[in-house]
Write a protein that binds this ligand. Structure first.
Ligand SMILES: CC(C)(COP(=O)(O)OP(=O)(O)OC[C@H]1O[C@@H](n2cnc3c(N)ncnc32)[C@H](O)[C@@H]1OP(=O)(O)O)[C@@H](O)C(=O)NCCC(=O)NCCS
Length: 220
């Protein structure tokens, strides 16, 4: 499912965005999420494990995680997930392996917490005018979430690779719409992939920063 690797040149490292395959790759993604999101204070402390430097929440068991890998190694430089409405057994298994290894009771509690009543855009309040293709068929709407690229690898197109990979996977899964929540400063970024702001939306998770919910239609 991964994209064909570009030829390696000195000016452009080989890079590939693809589904995360094993517990070690997922651990790198959770570490990157910790390092990118913990300092900016937009994620509840309950989801952060300072001892292991991992970030994990109750949505991860419903998510398809992706990584962007660079160089000739298995170094993960970016990540994103699609939250679905179904339990994802592969991700759950990988997380189970990580939790057994790190033995962090707080993170396990966060991961196993009951889901909020509304799985969709749970961090958005109020929802604004949710488009009818979402409200009429919420089971086929996925949520793009936790997009993060390592600071030393930004502005080289890794987020673009990750988002395109996630959109392709969402289509293959049969999802009809994708939504996301972001700070307004990232609206332009997501518009480039076809996301549109849901009128009247704003999110609760950006600590007073202007924010928005967006969506895109995947099916014709
Ligand atoms: C946002 C982030 C993921 C972008 O990663 P990146 O790898 O540097 O982005 P890319 O180089 O792939 O850029 C993708 C496109 O978005 C644009 N873009 C990137 N950052 C942008 C920004 N802050 N505002 C507007 N557009 C932006 C780029 O110009 C590019 O467009 P183009 O391909 O048409 O030139 C990265 O800066 C990051 O991890 N930030 C911290 C975490 C975060 O804020 N995540 C987003 C949560 S919604």
């Amino acid at each position: 499912m991964g994209q064909t690797p570009a030829p390696h040149t000195s000016s452009q490292l080989w890079r590939e965005a693809r589904a995360i395959a094993n517990a070690e790759e997922l651990r790198q993604a959770l570490r990157l999420r910790f390092e990118v999101f913990a300092p900016v204070g937009i994620i509840s402390a309950a989801y952060l494990s300072p001892a292991t430097r991992l970030e994990l929440d109750e949505f991860d068991r419903f998510s398809l995680p992706f990584g962007c890998f660079i160089g000739t190694t298995d170094h993960l430089a970016g990540t994103v997930r699609i939250i679905t409405r179904q339990l994802q057994e592969h991700a759950s298994r990988l997380i189970g392996t990580i939790l057994r290894e790190i033995n962090d009771a707080n993170l396990r509690r966060a991961y196993e917490a009951p889901l909020p009543g509304n799985l969709l855009l749970s961090e958005c309040w109020p929802y604004g005018d949710l488009p009818s293709e979402i409200t009429s068929d919420p089971a086929t709407c996925g949520e793009l979430s936790r997009l993060a690229v390592h600071p030393s690898h930004r502005k080289r197109g890794l987020a673009r690779l990750l988002i395109n990979q996630a959109i392709g996977a969402a289509r293959q899964l049969g999802l009809k719409t994708l939504c996301l929540a972001c700070g307004t400063w990232h609206v332009t970024l997501h518009e480039r992939f076809g996301f549109r702001v849901i009128p009247g939306s704003r999110t609760a998770s950006f600590r007073g920063q202007p924010s928005a919910a967006m969506y895109m239609r995947l099916a014709e």
